[in-house]
Design a protein around this ligand. Structure first.
Ligand code: IDC
Length: 434
């Protein structure tokens, strides 16, 4: 097992963020452009993209300020009383949507005061009392994730919303709270590719990569696992931005080559006409690039039909080790039939990872279905499946764990959590294993 301290890189990221901030952002209270409706509307809205960049830059600074403040505020309990350094007031533009076709996008409006920062001097990578300290480098054995000593491991935690829109949650204190108070051991960094402000759709690539690197650094300092998610969604096929993906994963896997807590998710949700053959073509190009730099990393691969058709992966698995295939569910939409598919695929030997799920319907909104969510919980526990909940943000939609009026980055009270937020927190806290 290779162990490395992430402090140097984190400090560099802070400096980079500060340089970007002073160089590109014109003020601390600059607000983002108005949120607008559909992706197509947004794609021609230049003002919106520009504002998104500067608001996100402010938030990087905020995140780093927050990390610095944690060196002086020792305990999680103090987190709940600390002042949140950014405010986001995303406006809901969602309309009720059919089935699994999330379409509209949001921007957040963080306001922050840039401050001189430094990063905490801890290393969760070597501390035996952190998840990574306990389990080390993970690998896939049969249908399970296992730790360095061969013990079964189940990852659990929160997925961010789109990094471009809610960057303020890429924050050391947020991750620390999720680790210590919510009992999670993993964070997923969701970087949209096609939606406005996404990596291949007008987003500031350098800034987005800085957010990914900061997120990996914070998770590493805390000894948490972290998933770098190339969030394929409305482009439908991962082949659309394959060349961008190759460059991105080449750079990221080089950057994180000595960080064994990093997991790569190479395509969130192939959908519509994207076939398993398309995913296979894509994976066969991307995985060797990652493996050349980071030979033993665990890699998650999305499956067709918004990561529901894991049976197609079972019929024609990829020819690599340490691969898991993702299944995503939204409990109010995806019920017995998808649970049955998951169970039969696992029973047939397919390693499955639930890298995204919600308790509501597939639009990310609508009523929480507690009965269906509990049925999912039971089957996930039965098969030691890892599970990451969508999403860590305060937009006005049911899948956000924080209520829309709350801008706190951590230390949320019951009243500041959505129905899903309370439900998932209680599930995480019920787990006994690190
Ligand atoms: C949704 C967000 C929503 C955003 C939309 C963008 O919750 O705020 O406007 O994306 O298209 C997925 C996707 C995930 C979706 C989520 C809910 O992976 O990006 O997020 N969902 O629709 N698959 C099924 C559901």
């Amino acid at each position: 097992m290779r162990v490395k301290h992430g402090i140097g890189k984190a400090a560099a990221a802070v400096v980079l963020a500060a340089v970007l901030l002073t160089g590109c952002s014109n003020g601390v209270n600059e607000s983002a452009g108005e949120s607008v409706g559909s992706v197509s509307e947004q794609s021609s809205n230049t003002a919106s993209s520009v504002s998104s960049v500067s608001s996100s830059l402010s938030a990087i600074s905020s995140a780093n300020s927050s990390a610095a403040s944690s060196t002086t505020s020792s305990a999680v309990s103090s987190a709940s009383t600390s002042e949140s350094k950014s405010e986001s007031k995303p406006e809901s533009v969602e309309e009720s949507k059919p089935e699994s076709k999330p379409e509209s996008v949001e921007e957040s409006k963080p306001e922050s005061k840039p401050e001189e920062t430094s990063v905490p001097s801890q290393s969760g990578e070597t501390d035996k009392n952190t998840p990574y300290g306990k389990h080390g480098a993970l690998s896939v054995k049969g249908t399970d994730l296992v730790g360095a000593s061969g013990e079964k491991v189940q990852l659990r935690g929160m997925s961010t919303h789109g990094l471009a829109w809610f960057p303020q949650y890429v924050n050391y204190d947020t991750f620390k709270f999720l680790r210590d108070d919510w009992n999670t051991n993993c964070v997923r960094l969701a970087m949209y590719t096609h939606e406005n402000g996404g990596y291949c759709a007008g987003g500031n690539k350098e800034q987005l990569k800085t957010l990914v690197k900061n997120g990996v650094d914070y998770a590493s300092q805390l000894g948490m696992y972290v998933i770098v998610d190339w969030h394929v969604l409305n482009e439908q096929s991962p082949l659309v931005y394959k060349d961008e993906a190759k460059k991105f994963f080449e750079e990221m896997s080089k950057q994180f080559a000595d960080k064994d807590n990093v997991i790569y998710e190479i395509c969130n949700e192939p959908n519509s006409s994207a076939s398993w053959q398309d995913v296979t073509t894509y994976a066969n190009e991307i995985i060797p690039i990652i493996r050349a730099n980071d030979p033993n990393s665990v890699i998650l691969v999305g499956t067709p039909q918004w990561s529901q058709n894991i049976d197609q992966a079972l019929s024609a698995p990829l020819n690599f080790d340490n691969i898991m295939y993702t299944l995503h569910f939204y409990a109010a939409t995806h019920t017995d039939w998808l649970r049955n598919k998951m169970e039969s695929c696992i029973n047939s030997g397919l390693p499955v990872f639930v890298s995204e799920f919600g308790t509501c319907d597939a639009s990310g909104n609508g009523a929480v279905d507690v009965g269906q969510s509990n049925a999912w919980k039971d089957i996930i526990e039965k098969h030691n499946v890892s599970y990451m909940c969508w999403n860590l943000a305060n937009k006005n939609e049911s899948s956000c764990i924080i209520v829309s009026g709350c801008s706190k980055l951590y230390g949320w009270s019951d009243g500041e959590l959505s129905t899903q937020g309370k439900w998932i927190r209680d599930w995480f806290k019920s787990e006994t294993e690190m």
